[in-house]
Design a protein around this ligand. Structure first.
Ligand code: C2E
Ligand code: CA
Ligand code: CA
Length: 461
């Protein structure tokens, strides 16, 4: 049965239920059950003999329709590291683990009515069950988890559980499964959490992600994406020494949408590349226009998403814009987030060196938030380090002061330019100046602003 067919079956069942007498409806369910049972033979997952995803959905949906007075939930189980277990311990051990999960599910279901079990695929399982209190669901998770932990193998097994509670007796089981998977994705591989319930926050996030996916192409076509600029200042003189381009989405219905709301989605579907290029173009155009008019300019930083750095299109695009808009490379700073500077990647290294040779400034963004920082400082071709605001949020703490002052000293020793972002208070400014750092960006001075406002500011200064 395809997804659409399933939907039709469920919708039909709903209609039928509304229109049939109780007796007829019972008969209808009976025939549906027979139909499903006849197909069930071919709907078991190899090895574990549990229902596959289709049989699971039919069976579970039936349970819900037949028992509208009960509350139901879907629990899905997945392993963060099943492939590694297979590789490290061998397939036999991996298979043994899957059998252990199947047994744990079966024993948990023993003596309980209306429970449906499934082995969806590979290492993904599901437990559909009625319940009264949420704590019962947590208890089920704990029981299964304990059974899995008791299966001794020379590798740490990391199961994670996602749970979705039906919001109505007619909620589609396939939707419950999708939501439970979403909840699971939020904790998969994290040692501190074993289970997560699908909640309102996730639903809002999901709707937002859908909105982004649906509307972004149109936004690119209709020029709804534009850069704001946040000025960078010299804290001693108060002068504007540069700016950073930060994308804003002027959505026709939602108003101004902030980057953190849509960039993570675009990083997943690859469209961040198009958005970046759209912002870069507007910045080169802006600088070119001011230069041609003989107006004051300062270097502007543009953000380069990690996805670009392996691709030569990115460096050609930047050099092409520089030529097209007659903007000397010295006026453009390329900000790459710390984790974008990958060690051992020759292609990326080549592209960055090439751009540096052309005269562009390379800046390592969010310094101190990624890994492998120290060796990268030695081996990567950057000019500037942008210290993350995490270094200064609790500046009153003597330990933070020590880390900050030593970091600044080290970066000076390595002959790197330093800028600190997220300066919000006079106290932070004072410490930074004391430790020898005078360049900053932060709400204490300016918030990101539309280009026209930034122009007015430049004209006045
Ligand atoms: P980022 O590159 O680290 O940019 C700095 C962010 O910190 C900006 O948020 C800015 O508004 C905010 N900020 C500046 N000063 C302060 C302060 O004093 N306090 C606090 N709390 N925040 C401050 P924004 O504009 O929301 O951008 C968020 C992130 O989105 C950026 O972080 C960057 O990673 C990404 N981003 C923005 N524009 C682009 C773009 O055009 N392309 C790509 N690839 N990423 C972008
Ligand atoms: Ca940045
Ligand atoms: Ca940053």
């Amino acid at each position: 049965m395809g997804k659409n067919q399933e939907k039709t079956v469920i919708n039909t069942a709903r209609l039928v239920r509304e229109q049939m007498s109780d007796k007829d409806f019972e008969l209808y369910l009976y025939s549906l059950k027979k139909l499903a049972e006849n197909n069930i033979e071919g709907n078991l997952t190899y090895m574990t003999n549990l229902y596959n995803v289709r049989a699971f959905q039919v069976k579970a949906q039936e349970e819900m329709l037949e028992n509208p007075d009960l509350q139901f939930a879907v629990i899905v189980l997945d392993f963060a590291n099943f492939n590694t277990i297979n590789e490290f311990c061998g397939r036999d051990v991996g298979d043994g683990l899957l059998m252990c999960v199947a047994d744990a599910l079966r024993s948990e279901a023993e003596g309980k009515a209306h429970v449906v079990l499934s082995h969806f695929r590979a290492d993904v399982f599901s437990f559909f069950t009625p319940f009264e209190e949420k704590s019962e669901l947590i208890e089920i998770v704990n029981h299964i988890d304990r059974r899995i932990a008791a299966y001794k193998i020379p590798y740490k097994v990391l199961p994670a559980f996602g749970i979705c509670i039906a919001d109505s007796p007619t909620m589609a089981v396939s939707t419950m499964r999708d939501y439970a998977m979403l909840a699971l994705d939020t904790i998969k591989g994290k040692f501190y959490a074993k289970y997560a319930f699908f909640d309102e926050k996730m639903r809002t996030q999901m709707l937002l992600n859908k909105m982004v996916e649906n509307d972004i192409i149109k936004a690119l076509e209709e020029e709804q994406l534009m850069p704001y600029i946040q000025p960078k200042v010299d804290m001693e003189s108060g002068k504007i020494i540069g700016g950073e381009a930060l994308v804003r989405w002027k959505h026709p219905e939602k108003g101004i949408v902030m980057p953190m709301k849509f960039i993570p989605v675009l990083e997943k579907n690859g469209l961040i590349i198009d958005v970046d290029i759209c912002i870069w173009r507007q910045i080169f155009k802006f600088l070119g226009k001011r230069l041609a008019a003989g107006e004051k300019v300062v270097p502007i930083s543009i953000n380069i998403s990690r996805q670009h750095v392996f691709d030569s299109v990115f460096r050609d695009c930047i050099t092409d814009f520089s030529r097209e808009f007659h903007v000397p490379p010295e006026l453009v700073v390329l900000e790459l987030t710390e984790s974008g500077f990958l060690e051992d990647n020759e292609k990326m290294y080549e592209h960055l060196c090439y751009l540096k040779q052309q005269g562009f400034t390379l800046s390592m963004d969010d310094f101190g938030t990624g890994y492998s920082t120290m060796t990268m400082l030695k081996n990567q071709p950057m000019d500037e380090i942008k210290i993350d605001r995490g270094f200064i949020v609790d500046i009153e703490n003597p330990k933070s002061q020590s880390i900050l002052s030593h970091t600044i000293d080290m970066l000076h020793d390595l002959d790197l330019n330093i800028i600190v972002e997220g300066v919000e208070s006079a106290a932070q400014q004072e410490y930074l100046l004391k430790y020898g750092c005078s360049r900053a960006q932060g709400f204490l001075y300016y918030k990101p602003m539309p280009i026209e406002e930034f122009e007015t500011l430049l004209d006045k200064s």
